[in-house]
Design a protein around this ligand. Structure first.
Ligand code: NAP
Length: 639
């Protein structure tokens, strides 16, 4: 029995297996032993795993057999160091069906095989396999605005393709939203084994849903590993970008933190600033009059000592629900102002740590990490959309779009009742009156209701009249005194690319063209703005299906494909055709109108001031993947 860091320790392995996601063990066994009987009904989970490690209802006996079989297979593997993994397509298809708990439709096979990447995660890098003329690529300069999750993905893709690039970042560090948001309790709400780059998925996440510092460390690590730092100008904000038609280049004006302005030129520009980067203060009268510390959640003032103070929090979205439970025990009194309740998404393991046993399995058992991620991927890919699609024959459409969605809503209502037991006032206040996904659902493991039930916490659902020098005046005339105010009031999600001034052909201002109603073809390009790309642009936010990092990788791949297309066309600039752009937007609008976020009467950042959903992708994940594999010349004009 050798005790090594690589895990050649039988006792450690035995103990670790107790922490396994058992369906993943069945798949590992197919590779380690070649025996497909581990995919039989005895070991078939009845439902999929999202978040933690539910085993899909496998019996205790079946689970013990799987653990035992992996233990023996690992001993043999340690002995010989050899595996001949099962990789024939019919077997892999059976394994994917096993994960999905039903046969995967044929159209998903390539998509799923791609994600599985049994030939190596390196091959998942966006742009991989798109062969450009290297000399031309090196002479094609791209400026990327933003070194957040999308900017990093596009830089890695461009680097892979040999395209010259530079990143302009307003902050002194990479990370974007994970740099800006430092409020207490900030963490991701997508499981980390999925919320990570597909080509950098082998990461030892400390939690299923890790905290902001861990996310920031991950993005810094990826940027370092891919040697991006030397290509980033930090503390440099882009003020404007203008298309120079004669030169077929973009002229980009930058301003550093100390006010120094500079003009740069590039063949293409990628905006990677995201949808949620401009904090939105509430439009409440008297906002600036408050004398104490007052700040937005995304600009947390860590110098403000809240200990023993009376604190008012405006907003009850994803941000507030994360920081309120953290600060509640420290303050003397906390008043939370709720305008609209959001749906909670019960997630018991939301704050759980990955055990040492799980870490060992993820790191040392061949194929465990790959299939564990695939379980999450396939569970979250497009299945959850079923809860959003209207069944016209359903007789309770005012309650939910279909029978399964109604059962889900009833379940969450029951969860809220349990969480608020003994406080009927809270039960009423926390139960939304619109369809689930009418606005962003909020993961919860019980800490939200627990915080609101505290003796030193009050939930105010009445209207706010104004902010005063000393606190908040309610519409019913009450004056509430505070020492500090915190605005958890979200972001200007509809103001895409604000405050940058973007001028396209003929000096046309993008913000004038959009008029507050941003649109782009595949969220990425638009007529009149040649060689200009928007990552996480209009209509590319996903609500229930998948990870937003997946979208960014698709976008980065498409951008490389566009540069390849330019080379093939021997052109300097491309522009999406007006009719392609219009048709796409009409399809998107029609589909979004049928989604809860399109029709539910709820305040949401998913709709802009025109009432149009300019944020969300209403289709399947596979549709975006298919549409961004290759840029089609017939969609564009060239010059
Ligand atoms: P948000 O979801 O837009 O919530 C803003 C809150 O402020 C809402 O409760 C809103 O009420 C309230 N509010 C706004 N203006 C107000 C006013 N004038 N008076 C009273 N209340 C007002 O913002 P967020 O919580 O920052 O979250 C934004 C998005 O960021 C999330 O949906 C999510 O996509 C992302 N996010 C993710 C994570 C994560 O991954 N864990 C964490 C935080 C945020 P109404 O609902 O009535 O408008």
């Amino acid at each position: 029995m050798a005790d090594t860091v690589t895990g050649h320790d039988e006792a450690r392995l035995r103990a670790a297996l107790e922490h396994a996601h058992h369906p993943t063990l069945a798949l590992v066994l197919v590779h380690l032993t070649g025996d497909t009987s581990f995919l039989s009904a005895r070991y078939q989970p009845a439902y999929q795993a999202i978040g933690g490690d539910p085993d899909g209802g496998l019996s205790e006996d079946a689970k013990a057999e799987l653990r035992d079989a992996v233990f023996k297979a690992m001993l043999a593997y340690w002995e010989t160091g050899k595996i001949v993994p099962k990789s024939d397509t019919p077997t892999l298809k059976r394994m994917m069906d096993y994960c999905a708990t039903q046969p995967i439709p044929d159209e998903y096979v390539n998509f799923a095989m791609h994600e599985l990447a049994l030939d190596g995660r390196e091959n998942l890098k966006p742009g991989k396999g798109i062969a450009l003329d290297r000399a031309q690529a090196a002479a094609f300069k791209v400026l990327i605005i933003g070194a957040g999750m999308s900017g990093i993905a596009s830089a890695i893709a461009l680097k892979e393709a040999g395209i010259a690039f530079e990143i302009l970042e307003k902050n002194p560090e990479v990370g974007g939203t994970w740099f800006d948001n430092t409020y207490p309790g900030c963490r991701v709400d997508n499981p980390n084994h999925l919320y990570s780059y597909s080509f950098e998925a082998d990461h030892a996440w400390p939690q299923h849903f890790s905290t902001q510092d861990q996310l920031l460390a991950y993005f810094k690590g990826v940027a370092k590993k891919h040697d991006l730092y030397k290509s980033i100008r930090f503390n440099t904000e882009v003020v404007s970008a203008a298309w120079d038609e004669a030169a077929a280049t973009w002229t980009v004006r930058t301003r550093t933190k100390d006010g120094k302005e500079e003009t740069l030129a590039s063949n293409a520009v990628i905006s990677a600033v995201g949808q949620l980067n401009q904090p939105k203060l509430p439009d409440i009268e008297g906002l600036g009059t408050f004398k104490g510390p007052a700040f937005h959640s995304a600009r947390w003032d860590h110098s403000a000592d809240l200990k023993g103070r009376r604190v008012g929090v405006i907003g009850t979205g994803c941000s507030a629900i994360q920081f309120v439970p953290e600060i509640a025990p420290k303050v003397s009194h906390l008043t939370v102002f709720q305008r609209t309740a959001g749906w909670l998404a019960p997630t018991p393991d939301y704050h759980d740590y990955i055990t040492d046993g799980k870490h060992l399995l993820l790191a040392d058992v061949p194929f465990y990490q790959v299939w564990y991620r695939f379980f999450l991927f396939i569970a979250m890919a497009d299945g959850p959309l079923a809860y959003l699609i209207k069944d016209p024959s359903y007789n309770r459409l005012d309650y939910a779009p279909n029978a399964d969605a109604a059962a889900l809503r009833e379940g969450v209502e029951q969860y809220i009742r349990e969480q608020t037991e003994g406080r009927p006032d809270l039960t009423a206040a926390l139960t939304p009156n619109f369809h689930i996904s009418g606005k962003r659902s909020i993961r919860d493991n019980g800490v939200w209701a627990a915080a609101l039930k505290r003796d030193n916490v009050t939930l105010e659902t009445g209207g706010i009249a104004r902010v005063t020098e000393t606190g908040i005046r309610m519409q019913d005339g009450r004056d509430l005194a505070f020492d500090a105010l915190i605005y958890g009031t979200g972001f200007k999600a509809s103001d895409f690319l604000v405050p940058m001034e973007i001028k396209g052909k003929g000096g046309q201002s993008l913000h004038d063209v959009w008029g507050g109603d941003a649109r782009a073809y595949l969220g990425l390009t638009l007529p009149g703005y040649p060689n200009f790309f928007i990552m996480y642009g209009p209509n590319t936010n996903i609500v229930v299906n998948g990870s937003i990092i997946f979208f960014s990788e698709c976008e980065a791949n498409y951008i490389v494909s566009c540069v390849k297309m330019l080379q093939d066309q021997k052109a300097k600039a491309f522009e999406v055709k007006r009719d392609v752009f219009d048709t796409f937007n009409a399809e998107v609008d029609a589909a979004n109108a049928e989604m809860p976020w399109g029709y539910a009467e709820a305040n949401t950042w998913y709709r802009n001031a025109h009432g149009r959903v300019a944020q969300n992708w209403p289709f399947r994940l596979i549709d975006y993947w298919n549409r961004t594999r290759t840029a089609h010349p017939s969609d564009f004009t060239f010059s």
